[in-house]
Design a protein around this ligand. Structure first.
Ligand code: XMP
Length: 311
Protein backbone atom coordinates (compact mmCIF):
# COMPACT_ATOMS: atom_id res chain seq x y z
CA UNK A 1 0.00 0.00 0.00
CA UNK A 2 1.19 3.49 -0.84
CA UNK A 3 0.60 5.18 2.53
CA UNK A 4 0.93 8.74 1.22
CA UNK A 5 -1.56 8.12 -1.54
CA UNK A 6 -3.96 6.40 0.87
CA UNK A 7 -3.87 9.41 3.21
CA UNK A 8 -4.39 11.90 0.38
CA UNK A 9 -7.33 9.99 -1.05
CA UNK A 10 -9.04 9.53 2.33
CA UNK A 11 -8.53 13.18 3.24
CA UNK A 12 -10.17 14.33 0.01
CA UNK A 13 -12.97 11.79 0.33
CA UNK A 14 -13.79 12.92 3.89
CA UNK A 15 -13.61 16.56 2.80
CA UNK A 16 -16.00 15.90 -0.06
CA UNK A 17 -18.46 13.91 2.04
CA UNK A 18 -18.59 16.34 4.95
CA UNK A 19 -18.63 19.44 2.71
CA UNK A 20 -19.63 22.41 4.82
CA UNK A 21 -21.24 20.15 7.42
CA UNK A 22 -20.10 19.08 10.86
CA UNK A 23 -18.51 15.79 11.81
CA UNK A 24 -17.76 14.13 15.08
CA UNK A 25 -15.60 11.21 16.12
CA UNK A 26 -15.09 9.25 19.29
CA UNK A 27 -11.44 8.89 20.15
CA UNK A 28 -10.37 6.05 22.42
CA UNK A 29 -6.61 6.54 22.21
CA UNK A 30 -6.03 3.35 20.26
CA UNK A 31 -4.25 3.41 16.91
CA UNK A 32 -7.44 3.09 14.83
CA UNK A 33 -9.43 5.95 16.32
CA UNK A 34 -6.28 8.07 16.65
CA UNK A 35 -5.48 7.68 12.94
CA UNK A 36 -9.07 8.58 12.06
CA UNK A 37 -8.90 11.65 14.30
CA UNK A 38 -5.84 13.02 12.49
CA UNK A 39 -7.23 12.12 9.04
CA UNK A 40 -10.47 13.88 9.91
CA UNK A 41 -8.76 17.00 11.22
CA UNK A 42 -6.55 17.16 8.12
CA UNK A 43 -9.67 16.92 5.99
CA UNK A 44 -12.07 19.31 7.70
CA UNK A 45 -10.18 20.95 10.57
CA UNK A 46 -12.44 22.54 13.17
CA UNK A 47 -15.55 21.12 11.48
CA UNK A 48 -14.62 17.88 13.24
CA UNK A 49 -15.32 17.60 16.95
CA UNK A 50 -13.37 14.87 18.75
CA UNK A 51 -14.89 13.46 21.91
CA UNK A 52 -13.50 10.96 24.37
CA UNK A 53 -16.30 9.09 26.08
CA UNK A 54 -14.93 8.21 29.50
CA UNK A 55 -16.87 5.00 30.06
CA UNK A 56 -14.91 3.90 33.14
CA UNK A 57 -13.68 0.82 31.26
CA UNK A 58 -10.39 2.21 30.00
CA UNK A 59 -6.84 1.66 31.16
CA UNK A 60 -5.39 3.78 33.98
CA UNK A 61 -5.02 7.51 33.26
CA UNK A 62 -6.35 6.99 29.74
CA UNK A 63 -8.43 10.19 29.29
CA UNK A 64 -5.61 12.46 30.47
CA UNK A 65 -2.87 10.75 28.45
CA UNK A 66 -4.97 10.75 25.27
CA UNK A 67 -5.71 14.45 25.55
CA UNK A 68 -1.97 15.06 26.11
CA UNK A 69 -1.02 13.23 22.87
CA UNK A 70 -3.38 15.28 20.74
CA UNK A 71 -2.78 18.71 22.25
CA UNK A 72 0.62 19.18 20.54
CA UNK A 73 -1.04 18.26 17.23
CA UNK A 74 -3.47 21.13 17.70
CA UNK A 75 -6.40 18.78 18.22
CA UNK A 76 -8.65 19.44 21.17
CA UNK A 77 -10.27 16.42 22.78
CA UNK A 78 -13.53 16.88 24.66
CA UNK A 79 -13.74 14.43 27.56
CA UNK A 80 -17.28 13.39 28.48
CA UNK A 81 -17.81 11.53 31.77
CA UNK A 82 -20.31 8.74 31.13
CA UNK A 83 -19.00 6.18 33.62
CA UNK A 84 -22.26 5.85 35.58
CA UNK A 85 -24.28 5.22 32.43
CA UNK A 86 -22.07 2.28 31.44
CA UNK A 87 -21.98 0.69 34.87
CA UNK A 88 -25.75 1.02 35.15
CA UNK A 89 -26.22 -0.60 31.73
CA UNK A 90 -23.83 -3.46 32.53
CA UNK A 91 -25.25 -4.15 35.99
CA UNK A 92 -26.15 -7.79 36.52
CA UNK A 93 -25.07 -8.94 33.03
CA UNK A 94 -22.77 -11.94 32.72
CA UNK A 95 -23.43 -13.26 29.22
CA UNK A 96 -20.68 -12.08 26.81
CA UNK A 97 -22.91 -11.08 23.91
CA UNK A 98 -25.39 -9.37 26.25
CA UNK A 99 -22.45 -7.42 27.68
CA UNK A 100 -21.38 -6.41 24.19
CA UNK A 101 -24.94 -5.36 23.37
CA UNK A 102 -25.31 -3.34 26.58
CA UNK A 103 -21.96 -1.68 25.89
CA UNK A 104 -22.81 -0.94 22.28
CA UNK A 105 -26.29 0.43 23.05
CA UNK A 106 -24.93 2.70 25.77
CA UNK A 107 -21.98 3.76 23.63
CA UNK A 108 -24.23 4.82 20.76
CA UNK A 109 -26.77 6.46 23.08
CA UNK A 110 -23.99 8.56 24.63
CA UNK A 111 -22.43 9.25 21.28
CA UNK A 112 -25.86 10.04 19.80
CA UNK A 113 -26.31 12.66 22.52
CA UNK A 114 -22.86 14.08 21.85
CA UNK A 115 -23.68 14.21 18.14
CA UNK A 116 -26.96 16.03 18.84
CA UNK A 117 -25.23 18.50 21.13
CA UNK A 118 -22.58 19.18 18.48
CA UNK A 119 -24.97 19.41 15.54
CA UNK A 120 -22.84 16.95 13.53
CA UNK A 121 -24.39 14.79 10.82
CA UNK A 122 -21.33 12.66 10.12
CA UNK A 123 -19.59 10.21 12.38
CA UNK A 124 -16.01 9.24 11.57
CA UNK A 125 -15.25 5.80 12.85
CA UNK A 126 -12.07 3.70 13.09
CA UNK A 127 -13.53 0.39 11.94
CA UNK A 128 -10.86 -1.84 10.39
CA UNK A 129 -11.15 -4.88 8.16
CA UNK A 130 -10.72 -7.48 10.93
CA UNK A 131 -13.67 -5.96 12.87
CA UNK A 132 -15.92 -6.40 9.85
CA UNK A 133 -14.78 -9.94 9.04
CA UNK A 134 -15.22 -11.17 12.64
CA UNK A 135 -18.69 -9.67 12.87
CA UNK A 136 -19.73 -11.08 9.48
CA UNK A 137 -18.43 -14.51 10.45
CA UNK A 138 -20.55 -14.32 13.60
CA UNK A 139 -17.54 -14.76 15.90
CA UNK A 140 -18.68 -11.79 17.94
CA UNK A 141 -20.28 -8.43 17.36
CA UNK A 142 -17.54 -5.83 17.51
CA UNK A 143 -18.99 -2.73 19.10
CA UNK A 144 -18.25 -0.47 16.17
CA UNK A 145 -19.96 -2.48 13.46
CA UNK A 146 -23.40 -1.11 12.91
CA UNK A 147 -24.60 -1.72 9.38
CA UNK A 148 -23.32 -5.30 9.33
CA UNK A 149 -25.54 -6.16 12.28
CA UNK A 150 -28.60 -4.47 10.87
CA UNK A 151 -28.45 -1.10 12.64
CA UNK A 152 -29.06 1.88 10.40
CA UNK A 153 -27.14 4.73 12.08
CA UNK A 154 -28.97 7.36 10.04
CA UNK A 155 -32.41 6.17 11.17
CA UNK A 156 -31.39 5.06 14.65
CA UNK A 157 -28.98 7.76 15.70
CA UNK A 158 -29.26 10.54 13.12
CA UNK A 159 -25.83 10.41 11.58
CA UNK A 160 -23.99 9.00 8.57
CA UNK A 161 -20.95 6.85 9.27
CA UNK A 162 -17.64 7.37 7.45
CA UNK A 163 -15.08 4.57 7.92
CA UNK A 164 -11.79 5.54 6.26
CA UNK A 165 -9.85 2.50 7.55
CA UNK A 166 -12.34 -0.23 6.75
CA UNK A 167 -10.18 -1.80 4.01
CA UNK A 168 -7.03 -1.96 6.18
CA UNK A 169 -5.63 -4.51 8.57
CA UNK A 170 -3.74 -3.42 11.70
CA UNK A 171 -0.18 -3.33 10.25
CA UNK A 172 -1.28 -0.86 7.56
CA UNK A 173 -3.21 1.21 10.09
CA UNK A 174 0.01 1.51 12.08
CA UNK A 175 1.89 2.72 8.98
CA UNK A 176 -0.82 5.29 8.29
CA UNK A 177 -0.76 6.48 11.92
CA UNK A 178 3.03 6.92 11.82
CA UNK A 179 2.84 8.78 8.51
CA UNK A 180 0.20 11.08 10.02
CA UNK A 181 2.74 12.15 12.64
CA UNK A 182 1.35 10.23 15.60
CA UNK A 183 4.02 9.25 18.16
CA UNK A 184 5.22 5.65 18.33
CA UNK A 185 3.40 5.24 21.66
CA UNK A 186 0.21 5.49 19.59
CA UNK A 187 1.17 4.04 16.18
CA UNK A 188 2.70 0.94 17.79
CA UNK A 189 0.21 0.71 20.61
CA UNK A 190 -1.20 -2.65 21.57
CA UNK A 191 -4.81 -3.09 20.49
CA UNK A 192 -7.36 -2.48 23.22
CA UNK A 193 -10.94 -3.57 22.60
CA UNK A 194 -13.70 -0.99 22.21
CA UNK A 195 -15.73 -2.35 25.15
CA UNK A 196 -12.53 -2.00 27.15
CA UNK A 197 -12.09 -3.79 30.43
CA UNK A 198 -15.64 -5.17 30.11
CA UNK A 199 -14.10 -7.75 27.74
CA UNK A 200 -11.57 -8.68 30.43
CA UNK A 201 -13.98 -9.03 33.28
CA UNK A 202 -15.83 -12.32 33.31
CA UNK A 203 -19.00 -12.27 35.37
CA UNK A 204 -20.54 -8.97 36.35
CA UNK A 205 -18.83 -5.74 35.30
CA UNK A 206 -18.84 -3.54 38.40
CA UNK A 207 -16.59 -0.57 39.28
CA UNK A 208 -14.89 -2.70 41.95
CA UNK A 209 -14.16 -5.64 39.62
CA UNK A 210 -13.01 -3.31 36.84
CA UNK A 211 -10.63 -1.61 39.29
CA UNK A 212 -9.04 -5.01 40.01
CA UNK A 213 -8.55 -5.95 36.39
CA UNK A 214 -7.33 -2.45 35.52
CA UNK A 215 -4.50 -2.76 38.04
CA UNK A 216 -3.64 -6.23 36.73
CA UNK A 217 -3.63 -5.01 33.11
CA UNK A 218 -1.23 -2.22 34.04
CA UNK A 219 1.15 -4.66 35.74
CA UNK A 220 1.10 -7.05 32.76
CA UNK A 221 1.66 -4.19 30.31
CA UNK A 222 4.56 -2.86 32.37
CA UNK A 223 6.24 -6.23 32.81
CA UNK A 224 5.91 -7.18 29.13
CA UNK A 225 6.89 -3.79 27.72
CA UNK A 226 10.11 -5.19 26.23
CA UNK A 227 8.51 -8.35 24.79
CA UNK A 228 7.59 -8.69 21.13
CA UNK A 229 3.89 -9.47 21.20
CA UNK A 230 0.65 -8.39 19.55
CA UNK A 231 -1.24 -8.11 22.83
CA UNK A 232 -0.51 -8.76 26.52
CA UNK A 233 -3.14 -8.25 29.16
CA UNK A 234 -4.91 -9.64 32.20
CA UNK A 235 -8.46 -10.85 32.63
CA UNK A 236 -10.43 -11.27 35.83
CA UNK A 237 -12.08 -14.68 36.02
CA UNK A 238 -15.57 -15.14 37.37
CA UNK A 239 -14.64 -17.89 39.79
CA UNK A 240 -12.57 -17.62 42.94
CA UNK A 241 -9.85 -19.81 44.42
CA UNK A 242 -8.61 -20.44 47.92
CA UNK A 243 -5.39 -18.76 48.96
CA UNK A 244 -3.42 -17.88 52.05
CA UNK A 245 -2.90 -14.34 53.21
CA UNK A 246 0.43 -13.30 54.74
CA UNK A 247 -1.14 -13.66 58.21
CA UNK A 248 -1.91 -17.30 57.37
CA UNK A 249 -5.66 -16.70 57.13
CA UNK A 250 -7.63 -18.37 54.36
CA UNK A 251 -8.75 -16.12 51.53
CA UNK A 252 -11.26 -17.10 48.86
CA UNK A 253 -9.74 -14.64 46.42
CA UNK A 254 -10.03 -13.51 42.82
CA UNK A 255 -8.22 -15.25 39.97
CA UNK A 256 -6.41 -13.40 37.21
CA UNK A 257 -5.52 -14.93 33.85
CA UNK A 258 -2.57 -13.44 31.99
CA UNK A 259 -2.77 -13.57 28.20
CA UNK A 260 0.04 -12.68 25.82
CA UNK A 261 -0.30 -13.46 22.11
CA UNK A 262 1.56 -12.96 18.87
CA UNK A 263 -0.53 -12.22 15.80
CA UNK A 264 -0.35 -10.46 12.46
CA UNK A 265 -3.87 -9.20 12.16
CA UNK A 266 -5.85 -10.60 15.13
CA UNK A 267 -7.57 -13.21 12.95
CA UNK A 268 -5.32 -15.97 14.30
CA UNK A 269 -2.99 -15.81 17.29
CA UNK A 270 -0.42 -17.90 19.14
CA UNK A 271 0.45 -17.71 22.84
CA UNK A 272 3.85 -16.10 23.48
CA UNK A 273 6.50 -18.19 25.23
CA UNK A 274 7.11 -15.68 28.02
CA UNK A 275 10.33 -16.12 30.01
CA UNK A 276 9.68 -17.80 33.37
CA UNK A 277 11.16 -14.83 35.27
CA UNK A 278 8.71 -12.48 33.58
CA UNK A 279 5.78 -14.73 34.47
CA UNK A 280 6.93 -15.03 38.09
CA UNK A 281 7.42 -11.27 38.37
CA UNK A 282 3.91 -10.68 37.02
CA UNK A 283 2.50 -13.15 39.55
CA UNK A 284 4.45 -11.60 42.42
CA UNK A 285 3.39 -8.08 41.57
CA UNK A 286 -0.27 -8.96 41.01
CA UNK A 287 -0.66 -10.85 44.29
CA UNK A 288 1.33 -8.22 46.21
CA UNK A 289 -0.25 -5.11 44.68
CA UNK A 290 -3.81 -6.42 44.40
CA UNK A 291 -4.51 -8.13 47.72
CA UNK A 292 -7.98 -9.29 46.58
CA UNK A 293 -6.25 -11.69 44.13
CA UNK A 294 -5.09 -15.08 45.34
CA UNK A 295 -4.21 -16.83 42.07
CA UNK A 296 -2.55 -15.92 38.77
CA UNK A 297 -2.74 -18.19 35.71
CA UNK A 298 -1.07 -18.03 32.29
CA UNK A 299 -3.28 -18.78 29.31
CA UNK A 300 -1.94 -21.11 26.60
CA UNK A 301 -4.74 -21.27 24.05
CA UNK A 302 -4.16 -20.08 20.50
CA UNK A 303 -6.86 -18.39 18.41
CA UNK A 304 -8.63 -20.51 17.28
CA UNK A 305 -10.01 -22.26 19.27
CA UNK A 306 -10.05 -19.34 21.77
CA UNK A 307 -10.53 -15.71 20.83
CA UNK A 308 -7.95 -13.19 22.02
CA UNK A 309 -10.21 -11.40 24.51
CA UNK A 310 -12.30 -13.28 27.05
CA UNK A 311 -15.74 -12.32 25.78
P1 XMP B 1 -10.91 -11.36 19.58
O1 XMP B 1 -11.17 -11.39 21.04
O2 XMP B 1 -12.15 -11.29 18.76
O3 XMP B 1 -10.16 -10.01 19.30
O4 XMP B 1 -10.00 -12.47 19.12
C1 XMP B 1 -9.56 -9.67 18.07
C2 XMP B 1 -8.97 -8.29 18.22
O5 XMP B 1 -10.01 -7.31 18.31
C3 XMP B 1 -9.99 -6.67 19.57
N1 XMP B 1 -11.40 -6.57 19.96
C4 XMP B 1 -12.16 -5.48 19.71
N2 XMP B 1 -11.85 -4.31 19.15
N3 XMP B 1 -14.10 -3.61 19.42
C5 XMP B 1 -12.83 -3.35 19.03
O6 XMP B 1 -12.56 -2.25 18.55
C6 XMP B 1 -14.47 -4.77 20.00
O7 XMP B 1 -15.63 -4.97 20.35
C7 XMP B 1 -13.43 -5.76 20.15
N4 XMP B 1 -13.44 -7.02 20.65
C8 XMP B 1 -12.17 -7.50 20.52
C9 XMP B 1 -9.15 -7.53 20.47
O8 XMP B 1 -8.51 -6.80 21.50
C10 XMP B 1 -8.16 -8.14 19.50
O9 XMP B 1 -7.11 -7.25 19.20
Amino acid sequence: MDVGRFIDSQVSEIRELVGKGKAINALSGGVDSSAVTVLGHRAVGAQLETVFLDDGLMREQEPESVAAVFKPLGIQVKIVDVKDRFFRALKGIEDPEEKRKAFRDTFYKCLGEAVKASGATFLLQGTIKADIIETQKGVKTQHNILEQIGIDPQAGFGFKVIEPLKELFKPDVRRVAAALGLPESVSQRMPFPGPGLATRCLGEVTPERVAIVRRAVRIVEEETAGIKAFQCFAALLKDRGTGLKTDGCRQFGHMIAVRCVESENAMIAEPVHLPWEVLRKIERRITAEIPEVSRVLYELTPKPPATIEYI
